[in-house]
Design a binder for this molecule. Structure first.
Ligand code: AR6
Length: 165
């Protein structure tokens, strides 16, 4: 089942939370900054060993001081008008995060709205990609959580989910 909630993703007790990171994997603002702050300095130390991450790909780390056991770091595309493979790259973020989760026995996973903050991806199009990807993997997880930071974003996700059911 896909759960749509409004919450700070760093508070969730799940097998893995997904981080909307950048290519360096060395932290930043937004959800990335929040995750690094809550996980503590060992996360940055670990991420330095991961050698960055390409856009659309994903890498995994422990959760350190987070209630989540692991963090899956993925790098969303920067919105550049829509004709730079942004949709395919965003879809790849979700697919690669789910595949990496399955390889690591993750049964419960929470995603932020990747690329919809600083990276400027239009929210409705991003929600459609997120929900479609979650539906593809729904049967292989106990819990898939779409973790929105603002209630308006959660409402948009619910509308998209209802349209697709
Ligand atoms: N819990 C859940 N969602 C959150 C939280 C939180 N604690 N904080 C923010 N969001 P963004 P991006 C939502 O900008 O667009 C970083 O600097 C936020 O409301 O965090 O993929 C990285 O290092 C929005 O809906 O990520 C990269 O440089 C969503 O998370 C860059 O930002 C994504 O917003 C990545 O940009």
């Amino acid at each position: 089942m896909i759960e749509i909630i409004t919450a700070d993703i760093t508070t969730l007790e799940v097998d893995a939370i997904v981080n909307a990171a950048n290519n360096s994997l060395l932290g930043g603002g937004g959800v990335d900054g929040a995750i690094h702050r809550a996980a503590g300095p060992l996360l940055l130390k670990y991420c330095k060993t991961l050698d960055g991450c390409r856009t659309g790909e994903a890498k995994i780390s422990p959760g350190f001081e987070l209630p989540a056991r692991r963090v899956i770091h993925t790098v969303g595309p920067v919105w550049q008008g829509g004709d730079h493979y942004e949709a395919a790259l965003l879809r790849a973020c979700y697919t690669n995060s789910f595949e990496l989760a399955l390889q690591n026995d993750v049964r419960s996973i929470a995603f932020p709205a990747i690329s919809t903050g600083v990276y400027g991806f239009p929210k409705t199009a991003a929600a459609e990609i997120a929900i479609a990807s979650m539906q593809d993997f729904e049967d292989r997880f106990d819990r898939i959580i779409a973790c929105c930071f603002h209630e308006a974003d959660a409402e948009l996700y619910r509308q998209v989910l209802n349209r697709r059911m």
